[in-house]
Design a binder for this molecule. Structure first.
Ligand code: 3PG
Length: 220
């Protein structure tokens, strides 16, 4: 689990330049995928709560791949936040934020990245004492240009943008001073999952891990 910072909220944006956002349909895929990511140099996974097996997948990874920092993504209700924490997640990520969801995530005691898409939402999250947040769906709502504009008006906010990010555009985000990491599903393509092609996932993870070295010093 990430170490808490002086603000009491673990630094989730410095774990890896790329946080893989993973959708697991087959429970048997959970552990091999987590191992393949670690083998490629990516020590973190955001496992989305979008499928019936997601909570069991979190349990399996927590039990069998303790070396990976395990997050639960697509946390859309306080109940899911609680279930993800009970299953063994070390951090939570939500695509958007409501006051009830924010309270629910705080109540788990886990660090989390609340989802934001507008300046007003970012201000509300800052008012709650949180400076790290997800920015979603990044490419569709203005991408790196939008995030660059934010650094002057909300300089304390730092982001993990996700949504529409791929190797070709990841560096444009990672070079920004207010972006610590990016997230995306591209490291675990459905074809590789369906075919059990763990080597391909390791290859994509290694490629993603190397993206961090092209970002500006201090960007993370
Ligand atoms: C997320 O939950 O962050 C998104 O599904 C990631 O979007 P992508 O599929 O475009 O990477």
């Amino acid at each position: 689990m990430p170490e808490p910072t002086t603000s009491g909220h673990a630094d989730l944006l410095s774990l890896s330049p790329v946080v893989p956002v993973v959708v697991i349909d087959d429970l048997d895929h959970a552990v091999p995928v987590a191992r393949a990511l670690v083998a490629g140099g990516v020590p973190v996974i955001e496992l989305t709560l979008r499928t019936p097996v997601a909570l069991d997948a979190i349990r399996a990874i927590a039990d069998e791949v303790p070396e990976i920092t395990l997050g639960a993504g697509t946390v859309v209700t306080p109940e899911l936040a609680k279930q993800a924490a009970a299953a063994g997640a070390s951090f939570l990520v939500s695509p958007g934020t409501t006051p009830r969801l924010l309270d629910g995530m705080f109540e788990t005691g886990l660090p989390f990245l609340p989802g934001t898409a507008t300046v007003s939402e970012i201000l509300a999250i800052l008012e709650a004492g949180i400076t790290q947040m997800k920015f979603f769906p990044a490419a569709a709502i203005g991408g790196a240009t939008f995030l660059a504009s934010l650094s002057t008006v909300v300089p304390t906010a730092r982001f993990c943008p996700t949504g529409g990010i791929r190797p070709a555009n990841a560096t444009a985000y990672l070079d920004l001073p207010n972006v610590g990491c990016v997230g995306g599903t591209w490291l675990t393509p459905p074809a590789a999952l369906a075919g059990g092609d763990w080597a391909e996932i390791t290859r994509l993870a290694a490629e993603a891990a190397s993206l961090g070295s092209s970002a500006s010093p201090g960007a993370a």
